[in-house]
Write a protein that binds this ligand. Structure first.
Ligand code: ATP
Length: 316
């Protein structure tokens, strides 16, 4: 296995009506959403082996999520069904053309019941990277302990840890979020914050100062996401901006960060230098913004290479 990740995936319901309060919605479209499974799917599409650890409710939504993620080629052998809790759901209302609202139905979900007993240490030891996000520790105390245990185990087995803070303000208080995210950022080899998350964690805004703050906190490298500008890297090997592939007419920005993580990891697994790996991340992130949905825009390596060489239109 190249990468193991762990976290919650949910069914996302979106009213089919283009705008307005959800109480009036009769028809919904549904999709599967989860930052960690998006990264795993992105990696598989780029030709790598990825495994996803989670718990799902023993219900129709849980079955659907498992089929979907397995169908994308991700190893789901470590996913457990929980008979006493439901699969998490969430709803995204488009209130007006530029105002959206997300409502979670995930409290006490099956995934929030994950415990460190769900971890098979031998499974994690065989990976090259463990990918974690700041969403999982926000789900419950037992999830926080599970993530910590997975990280400690990975480190003792020589598996590199890559951490995306993915701050979700609805899930916990700012004080607790900062405390836990800083602890995980200090244990990770590579941290992948958005620039706003980096500012939240360290209260600074200058890229170099923020980059140094992550290194001083314990990481070997930080790759800070800057939207269409690309990313700022601070590491022993290289520090500076890696320019993006700007998409001006974005179709759907959600999932760009997960695609970016998959692209960076893919480059690192293939032995690229950090700068080139981040270029790959920028390419995948940009392509994700050009399609509706979190995973629909994730490219295979051939389309990604064509896109990064700027002749991608010839490929369609
Ligand atoms: P998410 O909303 O998925 O959590 P994020 O906030 O973590 O994303 P962003 O900075 O929005 O992260 O995007 C991640 C990466 O995707 C960027 O660093 C960049 O490489 C790419 N990207 C995002 N938006 C664009 C864009 N408009 N044009 C080109 N590339 C983009």
């Amino acid at each position: 296995m190249d990468v193991i990740t762990l976290g919650e995936s949910m069914v996302l319901f979106t009213p089919k009506a283009s705008s307005g309060l959800m109480r009036y919605a009769g028809d919904f479209s549904t999709k599967i959403a989860g930052a960690e499974s998006n990264v795993a799917i992105g990696l598989v599409r780029l030709g790598h082996q990825a495994g996803w650890i989670s718990r799902l409710g023993n219900d129709e939504f849980g079955r659907r999520i498992l089929s979907f993620i397995r169908g994308e080629g991700v190893d789901v052998s470590e996913v457990k069904f929980d008979d006493s809790a439901s699969t998490g759901l969430f709803f995204k209302e488009k209130l007006t053309a530029d105002e959206a609202r997300v409502s979670y139905y995930r409290k006490d979900s099956a995934a929030s019941k994950m415990t460190s007993a769900d971890l098979d240490e031998a499974y994690i030891s065989k990976a090259k990277y463990l990918h974690i996000t700041g969403i999982t520790p926000a789900l419950s105390e037992s999830c926080r302990e599970t993530v910590l245990k997975a990280v400690k185990h990975a480190k003792s087995a020589g598996v590199k840890v890559i951490f995306d803070p993915n701050l979700r303000r609805k899930l916990w208080s700012e004080t607790r979020a900062r405390e836990v995210l800083l602890e995980l950022a200090g244990m990770a080899d590579i941290v992948l914050p958005g620039v706003d998350e980096a500012e939240f964690l360290f209260g600074e805004s200058d890229h170099e100062t923020l980059g140094q703050a992550f290194l001083d906190n314990g990481a070997s490298a930080v790759i800070m996401k800057l939207g269409k500008e690309g990313a700022y890297v601070a590491s022993e090997e290289f520090s500076g901006i890696v320019p993006g592939f700007p998409v001006e007419d974005v179709t759907d920005p959600v999932g760009a960060g997960d695609g970016f993580a998959a692209g960076c990891l893919s480059g690192l697994i293939d032995g690229l230098a950090i700068k080139e790996a981040v270029q790959r991340g920028n390419g995948v992130g940009a392509m994700v913004t050009m399609a509706d949905g979190d995973v629909e825009g994730l490219p295979d390596l051939k389309r990604l290479t064509n896109f990064m060489q700027r002749d991608y239109l010839n490929d369609v």
